[in-house]
Design a protein around this ligand. Structure first.
Ligand code: ADP
Length: 324
């Protein structure tokens, strides 16, 4: 094994050890607010609550059984849009749908139902990460059980974004050892990329996100030059006020509705080393990196789950999806 390989493995091991001694509690800020939505709420109203509170997801609560009932995310609204399109005759009923109907909507449009995974906040962070990656969720609720009543409480939700940030900020001594380039370790997706044009309809892009279970599609011009990235959360302003059936906007129009504090897109190149990717994650609000060449041509996409999977499981093939 070359010295650079050895160092890389040493860095990976350092991060894994760190994730095993830290808990999900450690990732949470000292003070935060959590908005939990009752599962009986109308889907239409839940959308307004997300928009008013400037959040893009919320845990759901089953008040009949006093139990955590899953997580509402922009994917659920995308599914409702798909449902509208497949069953236009149901339009009047959709207005009356409650959050508890989301699973039925998934079944009706034939998308894979996400498991309602959660993790105890006091468990090692490694467990939260591996559960999240295993279920392909991008965020995981932390659910505690009250010793006296035996009732569940949702403490918070942690995201892949937050965990990667936590790693980047706290383990620089380990991540700085990762000097292999993303090309060398084959990190990211480079073939069969889902892309769109500014003039494409939002509906078409939504369709490809549902079919491929991805949450971002690079926007390119006719020469394959990257102009922007359309993200699942960009759908929310488009359906504000419940206008699902009027969702005719183009990608360009939808992107124009982004909030002023939108962090922008991040790019990298195939010859960038993993330590420099971690530096970008440490310094910026990165939700994915678009891999480009010197002239901004699209080469690939590097998602947070690609990075986390590598960091957790590389070299431990047998443990790729460890049982926790
Ligand atoms: P995201 O939430 O950014 O879609 P995921 O972690 O869910 O990212 O991505 C799952 C897999 O799909 C990753 O391996 C990622 O590289 C790949 N991927 C993400 N976006 C695209 C895309 N537009 N086209 C092809 N593959 C993609």
């Amino acid at each position: 094994m070359s010295p650079i390989d050895e160092e890389q493995l040493q860095g990976l091991q350092g991060v894994r050890d760190f994730l095993r001694i830290r808990t999900s509690y450690d990732v949470l800020p000292l003070s935060f607010r959590l908005i939990v939505l009752d599962n009986d709420l109308l889907i239409r109203k839940s959308l307004n609550i997300l928009i008013q509170n400037n959040i893009v997801s919320a845990p759901l609560w089953d008040s009949h059984n006093g139990r955590f009932a899953g997580l509402l995310t922009s994917t659920d609204f995308i599914n409702v849009i798909q449902y509208y399109n497949q069953f236009p005759e149901q339009i009047d009923n959709v207005e009356k749908f409650r959050l508890s109907s989301l699973r039925d909507i998934e079944k009706a449009i034939n998308v894979q139902t996400l498991e309602t995974v959660s993790v105890h906040p006091g468990r090692p962070l490694y467990e939260a990460c591996s559960r999240m990656l295993r279920s392909r969720a991008r965020r995981i609720p932390l659910v505690d059980v009250d010793d006296e009543t035996g009732r569940e409480t949702v403490v918070s939700v942690i995201t892949q974004y937050r965990i990667l940030k936590f790693i980047a900020v706290n383990t620089e001594q380990h991540t700085s050892l990762m000097k292999k380039t993303i090309r060398e370790i084959n990190l990211g997706t480079y073939t069969d990329l889902a892309t769109c044009k500014m003039t494409d309809s939002v509906l078409d892009v939504i369709n490809s996100m549902v079919v491929r279970n991805i949450s971002a599609v690079p926007v390119i011009d006719k020469n394959n030059v990257v102009l922007n990235v359309f993200e699942a959360v960009d759908v929310i302003p488009c359906i504000k006020g419940g206008a699902y059936e009027e969702l005719k906007s183009t990608v360009g129009e939808a992107l124009a509705q982004r909030p002023e504090d939108f962090p922008g897109i991040y790019t990298c190149q195939e010859d960038d080393r993993l330590d420099s990717i971690f530096q970008t994650v440490r310094q910026s609000r990165v939700h994915r990196l678009v891999v480009i060449d010197d002239d901004w041509h699209l080469k690939g996409i590097l998602s947070l789950s690609d990075i986390l999977k590598y960091v957790l499981f590389h070299g431990e093939e047998g443990e790729y999806f460890p049982q926790t």
